[in-house]
Design a protein around this ligand. Sequence first.
Ligand code: IMP
Ligand code: MG
Length: 184
Amino acid sequence: MGMTAAGGSTDLTAILLTEEQIAARVATLAEQLAQDYQGKCPLLIGVLKGSIVFLADLIRKMGIPLEIDLICVSSYGCNAQSSGRISLLKDVAADLTGRHVVLVEDIIDSGLTVAWLLETLRERQPASLAVVCLLNKPDRREVDVPINYTGFEIPDEFVVGYGLDFAEQYRYLPHVAVLRSQVP
Ligand code: IMP
Ligand code: MG
């Protein structure tokens, strides 16, 4: 597709989700969230770094009073695929007690990250705790996780763009693309 990375090589395959498709879906999710959280001043917690683009677009379409916070977890690198050994790199600032919390994730793959986050956040006794993810890769699920709002279900491919990275690259792409397999 002629998209060049820092090295200049063409290493992305076809666009999986266009900017327009993402925008339309995000608007619908935002509408659903706005209906469900009207009057509750929800606290949307974005999982760094992948979810920031999604979070920024989502909150600007919701049109209800809300708050945001950010959390960063690591399995073995802040954005590598999950190894199951998760630790907290940066906690939220907010007190979650009695709050309506919505965890905002870029992608759910094995489910280990979200499962760990839900367990960790639930201990802080929020009034409610829900999950919204832009992308869901159900084929690779290792633990069952409740997802309340899903943008798109996608096949088992490694994707980048719209916040998602491969080795910190490609987050800036306005669309979601499949990274060409390293093993031909
Ligand atoms: P899980 O714990 O396996 O569900 O992994 C979730 C995390 O792995 C996501 O938050 C991403 O950081 C990363 N990840 C999983 N699949 C992809 C992908 O296709 N592209 C980019 N990052 C991914
Ligand atoms: Mg992530």
